[in-house]
Design a protein around this ligand. Sequence first.
Ligand SMILES: *Cc1c(COP(=O)(O)O)cnc(C)c1O
Length: 377
Amino acid sequence: MIHFNVPPFYGDEFEYMRKAVDAHKICGDGAFTKKCNEYLEDHTGAGRVLLTTSGSSALEMSALLCSLTPGDEVILPSYTFSSTANAFVLAGARLVFVDIRPDTMNIDENKIEDAITDRTKVICVVHYAGVSCEMDVVMDIAKRHGLFVVEDAAQGVMSTYKGKSLGTIGDFGCFSFHETKNFSMGEGGAILIREQRDVERAEILREKGTNRSQFFRGQVAKYNWIDYGSSYLPSDLNAAYLWAQFQHADEMQSDRMASWNRYHEALKPLEDKGIISLPVIPQHCEHNAHMFYIKCRDLKVRTSFIGYMRENDILAVFHYVPLHSAPAGQKFGRFCGTDEYTTKESDRLVRLPLYYRLSEQDQEKVIDRTLHFFNTL
Ligand SMILES: *Cc1c(COP(=O)(O)O)cnc(C)c1O
């Protein structure tokens, strides 16, 4: 069986986890969490980075940091994971879904402005497959209308837009280190904070509403309950697992990129014949080989392709039933304008197996079966 995903594991994760145990520090904000925070600050240029318990909790922190009040509106794509939307619903906001672009599957930056009302507070973009949204346009709109920008960069760790790391362009950026992402700590994530003025509040939110972080730095004599908050900091055991992977980040990334490029090259002839579509990477975007997807002619072809692959012991999957058509999406939001591409394009999309150390042999089998299916369609 060729799995769709295998959680990333380099090999020396246990050594670092043992160090955390030996140091009697398995709770949050130990040595490994600090190392990971600093690593991410150095590699992205973010003002401040704080590891969190998940990408979802980084999104929740971001929503809270935008200080939404009930009835405020948040603009986001409908083609995304539920976590993007949940974070803002939990903060009391109404969701306004905007259509995607068919080429990158990202929010259509030219349809954002039509969705703005006097209740709009936030634009939340999702960098699908680690390929950036058109951030210059998004930031310009946000600036003109006085809106926060949250980047769901759960899939965009180590990707860039015009040389800038994803997650560092908006007010807040959110990474995920779930086992399906390029780097993992089992469950985990990080919030990237652009402005120094937001850091203290973020630290308080993350530490159960207390100023414990300042206390540990010796900035206050005793720590106190300052504001609302929750526990958004991960165990240092998980951070140790992630730290091991950061030590080998380049190697892990090039392995993934090699697989991505092999897929692209091998399946290009199908695209040239007009049988499938392949991912589009705009000129000024550097992606991170987070996922490889193809788009079939329609839902019917996709269903039979997935079935055919399964018969051949290969797991190919689709994702994101558009949120505006889901029960919670209808309850908490509305779609702005017409759904030109969201449903149509999501119905066509299917992801092929891609993970760190996918063997060339397994990949050849996936390619071979894919070519066979579409060439005999
Ligand atoms: C993975 C993912 C999340 C959630 O991350 P978790 O760490 O699983 O909570 C949010 N948004 C997108 C787009 C994702 O791909």
